[in-house]
Design a protein around this ligand. Structure first.
Ligand SMILES: [Cu+2]
Length: 350
């Protein structure tokens, strides 16, 4: 076990304590422009910075880099296609703390695949990793395309093609379903899978469907964000030492997510947190409408400020800061422990 992991203390310690243990390597505390939740300033925050360039992904860029793949012509008509590679990759998940991840296309979470209801989809998955992996999509498809043992588990060096129709519209996810499942998920093999509704299929709610469909005039004003709630077991004791949205603890405290007050906000929220039965999202100074699984055009919960998700659950949040005073608004897990261990974020409303 690498020395950095051995130095980690129990998850029950405060993050300051954890990082004092992990990072007793002479890193200097830097200025804390935004005090952490509870106002404990440096005691609740990390020192040092994660090298996003070395990781190959930046949490601020992950928020909205939807991957539409490419459309190719097939004998039965157009197919939206992606080529995805499974790889082993060491990523830095907190300053000075590396994690031996297994991931899709070198990032955790994997690409945020996006498509439109009714399209024919094709995912060519090539396994460049050291273990068997798969892509298991949440959605409606044949058992043969399920990415489970006996149907699409891919040995190292081999490939498999998953094909299915994009349905139902909603905010979904994909993850590796090789065994042991728990290990393959917490190692980092997961991502968001978003199916936009096709407005033509929803004449009774056409405006709502068009507002969800990227590329329409009705959609243009929306600010959209993908937030994948996850955690990392850095010392392999089957508990998470750090929590985050999009992998890097406090990433959006260090670089708050800029929100324009004049534009509505839509969040695709996915929970893949391993080891803990639930995770949650809590918004400060505001309320939101929630669409569980994103599979309806009417909210399933209205005017709430906290929502809970079990592992694999996901949903769409819609909110607006119109009329709010500009400034910093927090959002975070309302399990205080998760927030203090990294699942804490800020909107910078302007
Ligand atoms: Cu796997």
């Amino acid at each position: 076990m690498p020395r950095a992991f051995r130095a980690l203390v129990s998850r029950r310690a405060t993050l300051g304590g954890v990082l004092a243990g992990v990072l007793g390597s002479g890193l200097q505390a830097r200025a804390q422009p935004h005090a952490g939740h509870g106002g404990a300033a440096a005691g609740n925050r990390m020192v040092g910075t994660v090298d996003y360039a070395r990781n190959g992904f930046d949490p601020s860029a992950l928020l909205s880099d939807f991957d539409w793949g490419r459309v190719v012509e097939g004998p039965d008509g157009p197919v939206r296609e992606w080529v995805v590679t499974g790889v082993d990759r060491e990523i830095e998940i907190a300053p000075g703390v590396t994690f031996p991840a297994w991931c899709y296309d070198g990032r955790v979470p994997g690409p945020s695949f996006r498509c439109v209801e009714g399209e024919r989809l094709r995912f060519v998955f090539q396994n460049g990793g050291s273990h068997p992996h798969s892509m298991h999509f949440h959605g409606i498809h044949s058992w043969r395309m399920d990415g489970v043992p006996g149907a699409g588990i891919v040995a190292p060096g081999e490939a498999f093609v998953y094909e299915f129709e994009a349905r139902p519209f909603g905010c979904h996810l994909y993850h590796c379903h090789a065994l042991p499942l728990r290990r393959h998920i917490h190692k980092g093999m997961y991502g968001a899978f978003i199916i936009d509704p096709d407005p033509d299929r929803h004449p009774e709610a056409r405006a709502a469907a068009a507002a969800r469909r990227q590329g329409t005039p009705e959609h243009a004003s929306w600010q959209e964000l993908v937030l994948v709630m996850n955690g990392f077991d850095t010392n392999f004791d089957d508990e998470n030492e750090v929590y985050a949205v999009n992998s890097i603890p406090f990433a959006y405290v260090d670089a708050p997510i800029r929100i324009e007050r004049t534009r509505p906000v839509r969040i695709y929220l996915v929970n893949v947190t391993e080891f803990d039965p639930v995770n949650s999202f809590h918004l400060h100074g505001n309320f939101f409408d929630y669409y569980d699984h994103g599979t309806t055009l009417e909210p399933t919960l209205r005017r709430i400020d906290t929502v809970m998700q079990c592992q694999g659950q996901r949903g769409i949040l819609e909110l607006s800061y119109a009329g709010h005073e500009p400034g910093i608004y927090m959002f975070h897990a309302h399990q205080s422990e998760f927030a203090e261990l990294g699942w804490m974020s800020h909107f910078e409303v302007a």
